[in-house]
Design a protein around this ligand. Sequence first.
Ligand code: IPM
Ligand code: MG
Length: 368
Amino acid sequence: MSYKILLLPGDGIGPEVIGEARRLLSWLQDRRGIAFETEEALVGGCAYEQEGVPLSDATIARAKAADAVILAAVGGPKWDALPFHLRPEAGLLGIRKELELFANLRPAIVFDALIDSSSLKPDVVRGLDIMIVRELTGGVYFGEPRGISDLPNGERIGINTQVYTTSEIHRIARVAFDLARVRQNRVCSVEKANVMESGRLWREEVAVVHAKEYGDVNLSNMLADNCAMQLLRNPRQFDVIVTDNLFGDMLSDEASMLTGSLGMLPSASLGATDAHGKRAAMYEPIHGSAPDIAGKGIANPLATILSVAMMLRYSFGHAEEADLVDKAVQNVLNAGIRTGDIAAAGQQTVGTVGMGQAVIAELDRLSS
Ligand code: IPM
Ligand code: MG
């Protein structure tokens, strides 16, 4: 049996970091006997150039047929003037929606070796390990009505709609509670119940799921603005944060910066488990396409490598190998190996390939 993986390199540094995912998949196959069949497809700006749309039906079909998708990054200034439905981001949003990847897991972890890259004091962030669970297929990103139209008085009006139903809230809450149980058993649910009806419903329905199914997990609620502040004041108070699509977008960017290393953070986007036990899943580094350094061979591949580790853990149940990859990355950092984005002034750096090879060498060492 082999796992079918669809690789979507996308734009900018995407193809470079995906190369290191391939290297890791080969290693897992050769050294750990985990078989992968990989194919590649286009998404984002490159898909628009070659196929006329940022996400073709053919690519959607291949993503649905795969056991997991690994996406690197989409976007770039070149496509800034395009209408929304043709922009590279529409490709990303399209995959999320088509595969119903409603649960976005964004860990924010501070690696000891990189603690000085955080903009916060080491004492505040040492050992930080937060999991942000962001709802990904609902809310204001997809709500109707939406659009820009003309008013009779000559003004224009722009509309987006924040909307959540009970079932959407229940399923994301369950993901958060399940994760908390294998972590520190704490969930903080974040919304604006003080001003938004959708936020009030969110709070009430998270409480319903909690009372019925997860009484053993500690649940707290926090307003989103306060959460943004608390993340800077005392980030270690959080274990799992569960929140909607838009707040999750913002809070996860904020949390990522606590770690000082955007180039280090992976993510998983998961769907529901179907009757055959299959769960749609996409894994991606949270950094963008970094057009300014594309093609130079200097991009940090660690977030992509850690995304492969998340895939092993969440899609395939290979926790042992996932731990091994996490450990190898940690050791490589402890050994002072750095790409430019995580190097201190004057520190020697390696390129994308050099970093990928260093991780493989460490994996060889750890598993020999
Ligand atoms: C993210 C990104 C996307 C989002 C963009 C690229 C559409 O910011 O994954 O956080 O807003 O969801
Ligand atoms: Mg974002």
